[in-house]
Design a protein around this ligand. Structure first.
Ligand code: PMP
Length: 404
């Protein structure tokens, strides 16, 4: 059993009032809040070892380099990657996907296919469309059903020898669906396609084992996993990272530069041009330690309980329509109430101190599929409580009375 009050004490932001009411933060799928250890680690880095890494002979530079590389190792262990150089530091999920989609032009030609799913975040659609525009490849889309689950028979039909890469999310940010990525990876490999998993919404909730999954790429954002914004990870299998061309050119990523020719550094530096977000990389390690100190299994079990409770309580609201009712879900509840615009509900509950997301959640195709302009999205984290869910229900009822 988690001691939620003790956990809440780790998050200074949660003690605030917003619009005169205790803050209820239900926008965790957009970004998570940060525990004091993470806030302190940021300040400690700048207060003690701030220096540029990898090329300095002086002590501070070595300390910063060690901390950065130790964090990489920590993340390697956390993801169960085979090698530490398979863990690339990025600015976040969007960066990770663009890095792969950009380089993948080397392996895709006109007439080939690149597959995404109907429930992708725009950041796992647009980079692949750009790849298709550059190469003449075709984008194919795994459809979903009315519950917001991928239709696996259709996926298997769409998959052919022409499919060069399948890019799907582990968990949908607007629906909460947990996708059967093990099966998708296995089937895609049978036709020789690579698989990229967008783990932005999974990393804060699930234990990920990239070797057991056998995915070729797995990417997530630090800021959704209690870490700093602008930090993130792209895991790539060594064989893929070796053959994938670099994304950006510059310092750090080279072996030798002459005006005639440049040779590239080995992994992971080939993909880490320029001065990185040093503090972000180091503190992401602190955030991962923090999550592991609570235990992702405990986090998942508690959040499932919040999801169950939230569904039950919100159900009491007349005219509520849930968008995304998959059998396997994480703690995201997307809904609309009657004909009320989601933005109006969001604005009214904010007056009561409750932060929810409204809009299309960067998944316009999902909104089009369900024929809604957007949804109200409450997304829970392990520091939320049932009492906060009660407050949300009361606030939505109030909004309904005012607007209905
Ligand atoms: N994919 C999914 C499923 C997401 O939820 C998000 C963030 N909302 C992203 C990708 C993009 O992440 P970031 O903005 O941190 O790069």
């Amino acid at each position: 059993m988690l001691d939620i009050q003790a956990i809440r004490n780790d998050f200074p932001i949660l003690t605030q009032t917003v619009n005169g009411k205790p803050l209820v933060y239900f926008d965790n799928a957009a970004t998570s809040q940060k525990p004091q250890v993470v806030i302190d680690a940021i300040s400690n880095y700048y207060g003690t070892i701030n220096a540029n890494i990898h090329r300095g002979v002086h002590t501070l530079s070595q300390l910063a380099t060690d901390a950065y590389e130790q964090s990489r190792q920590k993340i390697q262990t956390h993801l169960n990657a085979k090698h530490n150089y398979e863990v690339l530091f990025t600015a976040g999920t969007t960066h990770g996907i663009n890095l792969v989609a950009h380089g993948f032009a080397a392996f895709v030609k006109a007439g080939d296919e690149v597959m995404v799913s109907a429930m992708e975040h725009h950041s796992n659609i647009v980079p692949w469309q750009m790849l298709c525009e550059r190469t003449g490849a075709k984008l194919t889309v795994i459809p979903m059903n009315e519950k917001g689950e991928l239709i696996i028979e259709e996926f298997e039909k769409l998959l052919t020898e022409k499919t060069k890469i399948v890019a799907v999310n582990h968990i949908s940010n607007s629906l909460g669906t947990i996708n059967p990525i093990e099966h998708i990876i296995k089937k895609a490999h049978e036709v020789g396609a690579a698989v990229l998993i967008d783990g932005a919404q999974a990393a804060p909730h699930l234990k990920i084992d990239v070797q057991a999954l056998d995915c070729d790429f797995y990417t997530f954002s630090g800021h959704k996993t209690c870490g700093p914004t602008g930090s993130g990870v792209l895991y790539g299998k060594e064989e893929w990272l070796e053959k994938l061309p670099p994304y950006q050119g510059g310092g750090e990523m080279i072996k030798e530069v002459t005006f005639e020719k440049t040779t590239y550094a080995g992994l992971p530096h080939k993909f880490e041009a320029g001065t990185p977000h040093i503090e972000g990389g180091i503190v992401l390690g602190t955030a991962i330690d923090y999550l592991n100190s609570i235990g992702l299994d405990n986090i998942m079990a508690y959040e499932n309980e919040l999801l169950r409770y939230g569904n039950e309580k919100l159900q009491e609201i007349e005219g509520i329509r849930f968008i995304g009712t998959a059998t396997k879900k994480t703690s995201v509840i997307s809904f609309n109430v009657g004909e009320i615009h989601p933005y109006d509900i969001g604005a009214i509950v904010d007056k009561m101190g409750i932060a929810v997301r409204t809009g299309h959640h960067c998944t316009q195709p999902v909104m089009n599929f369900f024929n809604v302009p957007g949804t109200v999205r409450a997304s829970f984290a392990f520091y939320n409580t049932k009492e906060e869910i009660d407050a949300l229900v009361l606030a939505v009822l109030k909004a309904q009375r005012m607007l209905g």
